[in-house]
Design a protein around this ligand. Sequence first.
Ligand code: CP
Ligand code: NVA
Length: 302
Amino acid sequence: MKHLLKLLDLSPGEIVEILDLADELKAELKSGISKPRLQGKTLGMIFQKSSTRTRVSFEVGMYQLGGMALYLNANDLQIGRGEPVEDTARVLSRYLDGIMIRTYAQEEVERLAEYSSIPVINGLTDMFHPCQVLADLMTMREYLGRDLAGKKLCFIGDGNNMANSLIVGGLKMGMSVSCACPENYRPAKVVLDFAANYGNKFTLTDKPEAAAVGADVMVTDVWASMGQEHEKAQRELAFKGYQVNDRIMALANPNCIVQHCLPAHKGEEITYEVFEAHAKEIFDEAENRLHVQKAVLVKLLG
Ligand code: CP
Ligand code: NVA
């Protein structure tokens, strides 16, 4: 593994290795041990979009590993004034040991990686959010057991970056994945093509109730992602009926956990009641960003 651009690039074995190392790093941290596995290493973090979790968890993660992270707001970089991504990649490769980037187009991340001689990590694009889904899988293993094979993951809402990455991650872990999205808001074609290899382990419907039946994990995400704020009104109409609420949860397994990458819009994609009833799992998921990304950093930069 040279980069982390999308989960489609990783084998199930590589995903499990990251999750196992993340468990180990979490246990170490909780017992007060801190091995400087990335002593003297630097990570540049390019942000074209806002972030709370990704920024803080990567920055703290690098510090805990003995390295350092640089926050690079794209608007302050020459890339924000049009310097080509391939030149930015070659320059940053001369200073840094790794690059994390959050941006719009997946192609930009892929291009950055193509021209970088150092590892590139996707910190979210319009298409994928691999770091988040690794944290979700880590959390699922904590609640459902280390072997996720045969467990049912349900995603209700927009076929966005989270849906795309969850479908790939869940299927690669042997889970069955059911997805409920309105017709015009389906997951990406490349993801549906991938899922087609999994037969009836993957289902896509426009009926949230059908998708929710027997779920072990219920996941949702905002209806309007970053960059889609202007579509908010139209999306609220399209996603009416795609809310994770008590009625949907009653169809899932009794011990079903809830995951939400955050930030959440309570009262829209999830009710306040369901969110608060499952806050423990949701904030464990947020915490696990730190541990799983440290594992990714050790694998790529170590
Ligand atoms: N879930 C997530 O990526 O959060 P941020 O946008 O705050 O980084
Ligand atoms: N789908 C959301 C995820 C935020 C972490 C977005 O892209 O804005």
